[in-house]
Ligand binder design. Structure first.
Ligand SMILES: Cc1cc2nc3c(=O)[nH]c(=O)nc-3n(C[C@H](O)[C@H](O)[C@H](O)COP(=O)(O)OP(=O)(O)OC[C@H]3O[C@@H](n4cnc5c(N)ncnc54)[C@H](O)[C@@H]3O)c2cc1C
Length: 257
C-alpha cells in the first residue's frame, strides 16, 4: 500500500500548488566535511521539478515538534525513481540532524517542487555565487546549460574538501573559484566579494544566481549591481541566516534588524 503523507503536508502542498509524498531514504553518506548526500526514492520526477527547484522535508526538532526544511535537488535519476540532496551538516539544527541520522528505509514527508529561480535561457554566461548550501542547485542548473555557454562558480567553503566538483558537458566553459572562509564570521561577505572582484564579466549577456547566507547574499547582489548587472539578471534567494534558525516553514528571517 502507498504510504500517505501527514495531513499537514497534503494541505500545505495543495496551498502551494505542489505535491506531497512519502519518500524513502535510499542512502545517506558524507561527501565532505560539511556536505552530506541524501538519496530519496518515491515519485522523484514529480517532486524534483526543474533545475533550481527544491523540496521541503518534514523533520522533527529537538523538542519533537515537526518543522520543514528546504533542500535543492542536486540530481534526478528518473529510471531509478531517485532524487539526490546535498545537505550541509556543519551546524546543529533539525535539518542537519535529520541528514546525519537518516538510515536507508526511513520514511520522510516531502513536498515539491518548490522554488522560482530557474536558469535564464537568454544568458550566455551564468555566475553562481554562494556557499556550500548552494552547490546542489548550482551544479544541477549548470548541468542544464545548453552548449556553448559558460558557468562560473564562486563559492565560499569552510574546509578544503568542501570544494566538491562536478562533471559538465565538454562544450561548456567552466570556471570554479573556491574561497576559503578562514576565520571570518559566516555573515561576513569579504571572502565572496574578493572572489567576485577577481572575476571579469564576459562581454555578452549574463545572469547571476545568489544562494547562501542572508547578509552575505545581499552584499554580493549590491556589488554585482554596482558593477552594472541589471536587477533582473541578479537572482537572489537567502537560504539561511547566521545566528537564527530558519522558521518552521523553512524560510530564513528576512527582517532588517
Ligand atoms: C529554497 C532553499 C533551498 C535550500 N537548499 C539547500 C541545499 O541544497 N543544501 C543545504 O545544505 N541547505 C539548503 N538550504 C538551506 C537550509 O534549508 C537551511 O540552512 C536550514 O536552515 C538548515 O536547517 P537546520 O534545521 O539544519 O538549521 P536551522 O534550525 O535553520 O539553524 C540552526 C542554526 O544553524 C545555523 N545554520 C543554519 N544553516 C547553516 C549553514 N548552512 N551553515 C552554517 N550555519 C547554519 C543557523 O544560523 C542557526 O544558528 C536551502 C534553503 C532554501 C530556502
Amino acid at each position: 500500500m502507498t504510504p500517505t503523507p501527514h495531513g499537514s503536508s497534503t494541505e500545505l502542498a495543495d496551498r502551494l500548488g505542489a505535491h506531497a509524498r512519502v519518500c524513502q531514504v535510499v542512502s545517506s553518506s558524507q561527501l565532505s566535511s560539511s556536505v552530506r548526500e541524501v538519496v530519496l526514492s518515491g515519485d522523484a520526477v514529480l517532486l524534483a521539478g526543474v533545475p533550481g527547484n527544491d523540496v521541503m522535508v518534514r523533520v522533527a526538532n529537538a523538542a519533537g515538534k515537526f518543522v520543514r526544511r528546504r533542500y535543492s535537488v542536486r540530481a534526478l535519476e528518473p529510471e531509478l525513481d531517485q532524487l539526490t540532496l546535498w545537505i550541509t551538516t556543519g551546524h546543529d539544527g533539525p535539518g542537519s540532524e535529520w541528514a546525519r541520522s537518516a538510515q536507508p528505509g526511513d520514511s520522510v514527508d516531502v513536498i515539491g517542487p518548490r522554488g522560482k529561480i530557474v536558469l535564464d535561457p537568454d544568458a550566455d554566461w551564468h555566475v553562481f555565487v554562494g556557499d556550500a548550501t548552494g552547490l546542489a542547485a548550482f551544479y544541477r542548473m549548470a548541468q542544464s546549460i545548453e552548449v556553448p555557454g559558460r558557468a562560473i562558480f564562486i563559492v565560499e567553503i569552510d574546509h578544503a574538501d568542501d570544494a566538491i566538483t562536478a562533471a559538465f558537458d565538454e562544450g561548456l566553459g567552466v570556471t570554479g573559484i573556491f574561497v576559503d572562509r578562514h576565520d571570518r564570521e559566516r555573515n561576513d561577505p569579504a571572502g565572496l566579494l574578493s572572489g567576485l572582484a577577481a572575476f571579469a564579466f564576459p562581454p555578452d549577456a549574463g545572469h547571476a544566481y545568489l544562494f547562501g547566507e542572508f547578509h552575505v547574499m545581499k552584499a554580493v547582489r549590491a556589488a554585482l549591481l554596482d558593477r552594472g548587472l541589471g536587477e533582473v539578471e541578479a537572482s537572489l534567494k537567502a537560504f539561511w541566516r547566521t545566528g537564527r534558525g530558519n522558521a518552521d516553514h523553512g524560510e530564513p528571517d528576512k527582517s532588517d534588524d
